[in-house]
Design a protein around this ligand. Sequence first.
Ligand code: ATP
Length: 889
Amino acid sequence: MIYHQMDANEAAKSLHTNTKTGLSTKMADERRKKVGRNELSEGEKQSAILLFFSQFKDFMVLVLLAATLISGLLGEYVDAVAIMVIVLINGLLGFIQESKAEKSLQALKNLSAPKVNVLRDGRWMKIDSKDAVPGDILKLSSGDRVGADMRIIVSNNLEIEESALTGESIPAQKHSDLILEENPSLGDLNNMAFMGTMVTRGNGIGIVTATGMNTAMGKIAGMIQTAETIMTPLQRRLDQLGKILITVALLLTVAVVLAGIFHGHDIYTMFLAGVSLAVAAIPEGLPAIVTIALSLGVQRMIRKNAIVRKLPAVETLGCASVICSDKTGTMTQNKMTVTHLWGGGKTWTVAGSGEFFAQDKKIEVEREKTLYQLLTFGTLCNNAEIKMSGKELNVDGDPTEGALLIAGAKAGIDKKSLLGQFLIEKEYPFDSARKMMSVIVKGPSGERFVITKGAPDVLSLKSDAILWEGKQKALSGQLMQEVQGAVKQLASMALRTIAIAYKPLRGPIPERAEDVEKNLTLIGLQGMIDPPRPEVKAAVAECKRAGIKTVMITGDHVETACAIASQLGILSNGAKETKVMDGRRLNELSVKDLETVVEDISVFARVSPEHKLKIVNALQNKGHIVAMTGDGVNDAPAIKAADIGIAMGITGTDVAKEASSLILLDDNFATIKAAIKEGRNIYENIRKFIRYLLASNVGEILVMLFAMLMSLPLPLVPIQILWVNLVTDGLPAMALGLDQPEENVMQRNPRHPKEGVFARGLGWKILSRGFLIGVVTLAAFVIVYHRNPNDLPYAQTVAFATLVMAQLIHVFDCRSEISIFSRNPFENKYLVWAVISSALLMFIVIYVPVFQPIFHTVAVEPRDWLLILGLSAVPTFLLAGTFFSRKRK
Ligand code: ATP
């Protein structure tokens, strides 16, 4: 159907909808049943069975399967079945881990599901975009992602960027007129908006004409479905490291096998030992556990209200050295309340509570002409609405505008009744670059006038007159100074200031805001308080201890910003001269100039969104890892350029969210700190299990290598090695991935982003502990074997038990960068249970008769447990408190 050729009424009629009330919920539900959800269908998903079998594609698993086959062919059925079972269990674990990771990714996707603003049953409401149906009336605002294909019926400077569809990156100006051209191209349909494109300016309303796969985007959906998985830098480094480790492990394995054969062991045993050793020693499971640790960390972050959109951000978070944060709503509560008004040299204060819609107040205020105009115009040039739910009063819309409405209401000025007399003919929406908003109003006697409200320093430049004692006077000299003084005074009380101006309008309504917002007459100011969030001060201090600087970036007045920054500990007393910069100064500086001072600045005030990019670039050039918050369309480039781009979950636009790597569900600065702490912890946890797994592998290889070099019998049988690899290594390593952060995790400087996997002594710890694990296992074997050389299985069982126990003790050491004694060993419940179950399983394998022939074990006498426990404690306790016991700064 050709909706672009129909006018709004025809389009509404043909889609059986009403542009004033929208669809009813019932009708919408019925339509959804008919046309389906408003979603692009996803590509084929990997089935569970395929996922299960994909676990066996791994090279080392194939080697194991080959070994099973050879054992079977040689008639060693017990070995063959045992290996088979282990391979299956391994596969099953891998399958569970991967489907868990898959599910958490899906959950993430659902969390960031887009919403649309829809008119249903005569009320505007936010619903999931997937629930929109043809005929729905949708509102579009700057920063929104268009939720469906639509015929535009109202456009206030609406501009939409359609590059996803047309490749054209310059936004198209949208209007509501007819397009009669036959077969216009998609890019020419400027009275239509298309699903998946982005509103970059203005606002508007449209009727949904197509949803889901019927949209223009749906028709090309197949082409754009890319399910790329991005590796984090650590994962990439581990991938490379894995290749080196495989080579080393294989070489050592070959050495063990050759030495064994040379010393007279039979070829089959040595083959199986070699295969088992290779499987055990190669950390092929490492990347998988890293992914799990990352995705579990991501889930923990969600619980703390931070959604990670790009996995690499988890790691980068731990390196962040500067957080550039918006003030309003992130550091403050965004609960604006007008407390002071100023006009014509007079100041009025607003009482805290006050009865709403009180008529007598109105009469009182009406006598004060300027005050009355300030409040009335603040109410008319306003998109917010006051809603009463029971006794609760809620503001729907921008809190700044809500505050103006409430200030009016306190004086008995009510928006609804004003709109009965005044008609809003056009709106020039607010944007953070202009810092103003205007409306064209038609009064009761047909006269037209402009109301503009915005940042006082901007608005006073656009005004050439001021209302002073009821008269219009030129705004210059002394009067200008009066205005500036009043602004400064309100701002130094931490108040956000809004100036209100007007002018009569003759002639046609101009299209562009610039043509309206000039030659205005200033009426006065409204100052509103927005208290800081109580938790932010402590979060700023904690970041400081963690070597992370907090920088406040705000569109507000310098004085307002400084007052709040001082309250939050961002700005110390007396530092205003050197640590604060405003937008005007930023304009003058090039990025290069900015670099020389940027590290000193703690507050950037009166900035426009494009300044943010400059700040990010300057900080990055100074070697900082920058986290930058933002919410509007114009913030997107800075969010993208930052190392960690952070978008606001509540006030953030879709455009900002899509550019970001982290979304704050509660818009709260303290959540950034929590995410950084979690990011640091995840990285440390990954280091912990790398340390644990590799030290275990080193131990396993060395015990075999030393034994073969010393011409001893095999200290461990192949199936025992496999068992250690699967059970003793796997569960505790997973539990380390869930470990709590160390106390000092936020007391050290950020990690260097290029830091290697084995940095900060990790390589040494792995080698020294691994070496000792190998030595004590061999010692246990040698001692028992020499006592009774005729009972090899007994000596092997003791060696097996020592290896397991040495690892199970060592795992507690891996929890700390400092020393095993610096942490409570029972703190990590998962680890305690993993260790208990691994130990129990070891006892079962040693003492339960049915397992003994499979694992070549025999019951160990109680007195030998003293030997086993004594030796297995050595690798951990011998070095504890000696190496690396100093605290890292
Ligand atoms: P922050 O960066 O701290 O979050 P902000 O981005 O909210 O601040 P802006 O929204 O850009 O800052 O506001 C800058 C200035 O514009 C405010 O100080 C105020 O004077 C003015 N202003 C804010 N909202 C409106 C609005 N809805 N209409 C008119 N002027 C506004």
